[in-house]
Design a protein around this ligand. Structure first.
Ligand SMILES: C[S@@+](CC[C@H](N)C(=O)[O-])C[C@H]1O[C@@H](n2cnc3c(N)ncnc32)[C@H](O)[C@@H]1O
Length: 338
């Protein structure tokens, strides 16, 4: 089924997701349903009060409290959706789309899918004519991601495939050799996947690795360089500092998210090609022993692992929200055909 990747516009309708900012800036995200109600300790707000109003309206609940109603932006949605694994933050997603040159119609491979945050940005960038194949080795994470994507888009898009399995084992069976335009790796040990990625990428294609620590960055850069199959890797990180802008008080915010991860990109060379600068200097072998590999455990690189119990809770939460969105969308379709 072709999914409409454009955002709904115009007055609020049943089926829309709406973010309400209530007293003291408290956020509530609802999907508008016939007879739906938001209950808080400030009173009740009926969903019907919103239907027909323009985006950005203010409505008053039964307790006299006002709520600002806006359709959430994608960045609002990904920051508030249930998470199994840590997500790619919007600032990094934006850089990934630009650095990896994700374009409409592209065939893109992503691993791991985690909570599906990056999948949503990629799906938007490739559009209806592109294809996204997302790999995830943990079934529960794949379920959270599917539910989140379904909640946001209303239905899972036909041009998105989630493969449950390790990328190295599953990639050759899922895509033809040299057929993939872009590969984005967000995982603990991307170097383990580089050989499989090199086979899948089309000449000139881009691989982008998103890693949290400098040790991972160094390891994956040296691995890529050592294959001789890619251009020399380029790395950067993005820091976004908010500013307080009010009257004469114009200054950087006191707090910021200072570090999320590093981006590393490289392009697949044509078979047999050796760039002139590489010919000049001998290829260095990566200087990592097997024992070093043991060091890259989730705990050692500071990756907090979610407990199984907590993860099952997140799966249920994501599926409950997706079910709610599905019911609301069905209500809207029924109302439209009545
Ligand atoms: C940080 S999360 C990805 C978050 C995701 N990009 C997002 O924005 O929601 C990393 C994920 O990679 C998965 N993973 C790690 N190595 C993998 C591999 N070789 N193949 C498939 N998935 C892998 C993990 O299970 C985990 O869910």
């Amino acid at each position: 089924m072709t999914v409409d990747l454009t955002r709904p516009t115009g007055p609020f309708r049943y089926g829309d997701r709406v973010q309400l900012t209530g007293p003291k800036g408290r956020l509530h995200t609802i999907t508008l349903r016939e007879k739906g109600e938001l209950h808080t300790h400030h009173g009740v707000l009926r969903h019907a009060q919103l239907v027909g109003l323009p985006d950005g309206s203010v409505v008053t609940g039964s307790g006299g409290h006002e709520y600002l109603a806006l359709r959430p932006l994608l960045r609002d949605f990904v920051m508030s959706m249930p998470r199994g694994a840590a997500i790619v933050y919007p600032k990094d997603a934006a850089q990934i789309l630009a650095s990896a040159d994700i374009f409409p119609g592209a065939t893109v491979v992503e691993a791991g899918v985690g909570s599906g945050a990056l999948s949503l940005w990629l799906l938007r960038a490739i559009g209806a004519t592109g294809r996204l194949v997302s790999f995830e080795r943990r079934e529960e994470f794949a379920e959270v991601a599917r539910a989140n994507v379904e909640t946001y888009l209303g239905t899972p898009p036909a041009n998105w495939e989630v493969v449950v399995g390790d990328l190295v084992e599953s990639l050759p069976g899922a895509v033809a050799p040299a057929s993939v335009d872009r590969v984005v790796l967000d995982m603990l040990a991307p170097w383990e996947c580089i050989d499989a990625v090199a086979d899948a990428l089309t000449p000139g294609g881009v691989v982008l690795c998103y890693v949290a620590t400098a040790t991972q960055l160094s390891r994956v850069a040296e691995f890529i360089r050592g294959t001789g199959l890619f251009t020399d890797p380029e790395a950067n990180e993005t820091m976004v500092r908010g500013w307080h802008v009010e009257g004469l008080a114009v200054r950087p915010d006191h707090r910021m998210v200072a570090h999320t991860g590093f981006l590393l990109t490289a392009r697949r060379l044509a078979p047999g090609a050796v760039p002139p600068d590489v010919r000049k200097r001998a290829l260095k072998k990566p200087s990592y022993a097997d024992e070093d590999v043991e060091i890259w455990t989730p705990g050692a690189v500071g990756d907090r692992e979610i407990t199984d119990k907590n993860l099952r809770k997140r799966v249920r939460e994501a599926q409950r929200i997706a079910d709610g969105a599905r019911i609301a969308a069905a209500t809207e379709t029924d109302a439209a055909t009545d």
